[in-house]
Design a protein around this ligand. Sequence first.
Ligand code: ZN
Length: 173
Amino acid sequence: MRCPFCQGLDTAVIDSRASQDGFSIRRRRSCAQCGKRFTTFERVELNMPFIIKRTGDKREYDRDKVRASMKLALRKRPVTNERLEEAIGGIEHELRTLGEREVPSSKVGELVLRELKKLDLIAYVRFASVYLSLDSPAAFEQFIKGLIDPAKTGKATAKSRSVLAALKSGNGS
Ligand SMILES: [Zn+2]
């Protein structure tokens, strides 16, 4: 840290204390060259990271895009906008607290999947089938089976059937 008065590089911290809220640190510094004192602040920086697409393109995070893809998956499902917004908030919080400047778009996809799984199983399966490119009935069946606890096989079959039935009825309109 250069001295703002003489541009000298030799400055020493003589005192440091955390702010009341605990989110910043105030440091008192002294310049060895000119003897002047100054204060610096250290704060947590929680910016949204840039999103790196599969093609390598760098984009700004786009909340509208995330919302649109989640809404598509949630179409006609009993999930309120409020809960959707909360889920998006959770995704953004997670992205910020990763502390990375750039994250792959697959990370956003993962977080969307995780939130949808909590919100609504049907929406989760819809999103996953596109996101994970489940392009054959066999791959799809495998995925549905993976959702179900193998310890409860009897119930599992009924549950996976109801998931599939709900998916079919959702496709028509
Ligand atoms: Zn100085």
